[in-house]
Design a protein around this ligand. Structure first.
Ligand SMILES: [Zn+2]
Length: 362
């Protein structure tokens, strides 16, 4: 595939027999694959959905048939109940399935457990819809894989050169230094329930922290699910019912909204932390009343986005949900065809501005 891609890129006279926009097209419901008869991550109910990962802005209930990894299907079942779709089909990384006139293949996206990029091939054109992804290491999911393709569809949550996430292990060390410094205070870490919370726990364990870690009720089920899939997270306890005094010197993970409401009164003099790529922006941390910002993101930063675009060998880049302009400009300056996709409805859960869906569970 990579040889084919580079040959196409080098030969200006090369004309593919199918235009990429005939294979995948943005419509109101999401990315529509007409020749395959499905939508990718549809935001409205459709007959056949192919879903990249379990975050609620990508995985909605109410579709006819859903094709996704086993983990994504399980997460949807946990959140929405058994009847979240009329029928489901699990697909493994690397497995190819024929749908209509196209072949669909899933590859790891490194974003959260079970997250996938979806390669859609039709004749000799391959388009990769990467969903949300990160190329940084994460002990809680399969590492991101570069998939050579003709058209690469990338997110742009952190699509500005100011966003450089750094090493997540350093951020967790800041948290542990604060815990050591304030043994009489509780540490309350705001983290999205699906993915970020489990990654922070795994990073704490990797840093040698072996005390029990406490969980807000809204993250118990999904965290137990991670453990059931073999992700080692050490001893976890429900924070509910624990006496205030017993929480001194401990770490509790909670959905971001819980860390700024009256729920925090059950903790002794809490230090409020928040694990998000947005914590690079000091004003955001101040706005949220975050005392200890931790720059830990499950999305690629600027360097990750541009390195990935390069590595795919794609000659055409479609940029979606986030800060599209700078990335489109970067691609164009490199001689790549690039355009914003103008898909709406994404970025509401994990690191979007209004993480309403999962906070509502709290
Ligand atoms: Zn996501």
């Amino acid at each position: 595939m990579s040889m084919l891609v580079s040959k196409k890129r080098l030969d200006p006279a090369y004309i593919p027999d199918m235009r990429p926009q005939d294979i995948l097209m943005p419509v109101a419901a999401g990315l529509c694959c007409k020749p395959g008869g499905f939508h990718i991550d549809p935001v409205r109910p459709v007959e056949r959905a192919v879903i990249t990962h379990g975050h609620s802005d990508h995985a909605k209930p109410g579709h006819g048939a859903v094709l996704a990894t086993q983990e994504t299907l399980d997460m949807m079942r946990l959140r929405y109940g058994d009847n979240f779709a009329r029928s489901t089909q699990a697909i493994a990384y690397g497995e190819g399935i024929r749908l209509g006139d196209v072949t669909v293949k899933f590859h790891p996206a490194g974003h959260v457990l079970g997250s996938a990029q979806i390669a859609v091939s039709c004749k000799d054109t391959c388009i990769v819809a990467s969903g949300d992804y990160k190329d940084a290491p994460d002990p809680t999911c399969t590492p991101f894989e570069v998939v050579p393709c003709d058209v690469f569809i990338t997110e742009a949550t952190f699509g500005l050169p100011v966003f450089r996430h750094g090493d997540a292990a350093d951020e967790v060390n800041k948290l542990l230094a604060s815990v050591a410094l304030f043994p009489e205070r509780a540490h309350l870490v705001g983290a999205y329930s699906l993915g970020k919370a489990q990654r922070v726990i795994a990073l704490l364990r990797a840093a040698g922290y072996d005390a029990p870690i406490y969980l807000h009720g809204a993250m118990e089920k999904i965290t137990q699910y991670y453990q059931s899939r073999g992700v080692a997270l050490g001893e976890l306890r429900a924070v509910k019912g624990v006496k205030k005094a017993d929480l001194a010197g401990t770490i509790t993970l909670a959905p971001p909204s819980a860390t700024s409401d009256i729920w925090t009164r059950r903790f002794p003099d809490p230090v409020t932390a928040f694990a998000s790529g947005w914590m690079r922006v000091r004003a955001r941390a101040r706005q949220r009343g975050v005392e200890l910002p931790l720059v830990i993101s499950d999305h690629a930063d600027w360097d990750g986005l541009t390195a990935t675009i390069d590595a795919t060998g794609a000659g055409e880049i479609w940029v979606t949900h986030g800060q599209e302009d700078a990335l489109v400009h970067w691609c164009t300056a490199k001689g790549l065809a690039a355009r914003p996709l103008d898909l709406v409805g994404y970025g509401d859960e994990d690191e979007g501005d209004a993480p309403a869906a999962e906070d509502a569970e709290a």
